[in-house]
Design a protein around this ligand. Structure first.
Ligand code: MG
Length: 207
């Protein structure tokens, strides 16, 4: 089984009056993270970890910060592109682990919601998502949020699907599902695992 590891890091400064989005959820806080997009530092780090695991570049090479199309963009769009790359390469996520570094707000009370949302966005189980948080003790970075992320990928093994097909051949619905998954994997690496719809515009032309 072929496996790959990826690492991503990002930081954004807090700015008064902006909505705060971290890990795909909106958090009640007097300041938000400034950025060309919605500033979701955690989703950016995870996106870079996925792209890094595939060695296909980084978030900036796919989404140049000066491009007006990504002004205030939902960072789930960036994550979706990384998931497309993942599927094209024929890999799936084993697990993701992350650490947020920020002075406020406290992440503990909302880490469950964040974990659930990140899992939904990645189409994996919440048990495969680690969300941890630290304060930037001694770093003098109380107005900055940083995020670190690591991902582990494994190659999609078509023989898994074939053995499932053989084992449950008497159930037509299962056969149909397995065949469509295998065909999907052959074309683009298991698109049937996707829960999050792709953005309507074509992201291929900005690489
Ligand atoms: Mg960023």
């Amino acid at each position: 089984m072929s496996m790959r590891i990826g690492y991503g890091w990002d930081s954004h400064a807090f700015e008064a009056g902006l909505p705060l989005k971290i890990g795909g959820i909106t958090i009640d806080h007097p300041e938000g993270l400034a950025g060309h997009s919605d500033g979701d530092v955690l989703l950016h780090a995870i996106t870079d970890a996925l792209l890094g695991a595939l060695a296909v570049g980084d978030i900036g090479s796919f989404f140049p910060p000066g491009d007006p199309r990504w002004k205030n963009a939902d960072s789930a769009i960036f994550l979706n592109l990384a998931l497309e790359e993942l599927q094209t390469a024929g890999y799936r996520i084993v697990n993701v682990d992350t650490t947020l570094v920020l002075a406020a707000p406290k992440i503990g009370p909302i880490s469950g919601d964040m974990r659930q949302r990140v899992a939904e966005l990645l189409d994996i189980l919440p048990t495969a998502v680690g969300i941890k948080a630290k304060t930037p003790e001694g770093m003098g970075l109380n107005h900055v949020a940083q995020a670190h992320a690591v991902v582990l990928l494994e190659a999609i093994d078509d023989t898994d699907g074939i053995s499932l097909l053989e084992a449950e051949i008497d159930d037509p619905k299962t056969v149909e599902k397995v065949v469509s998954e295998l065909v999907g994997e052959g074309r683009g690496g298991g698109k049937s695992r996707r829960m999050v719809p792709l953005p309507e515009f074509d992201t291929e032309d900005i690489t």
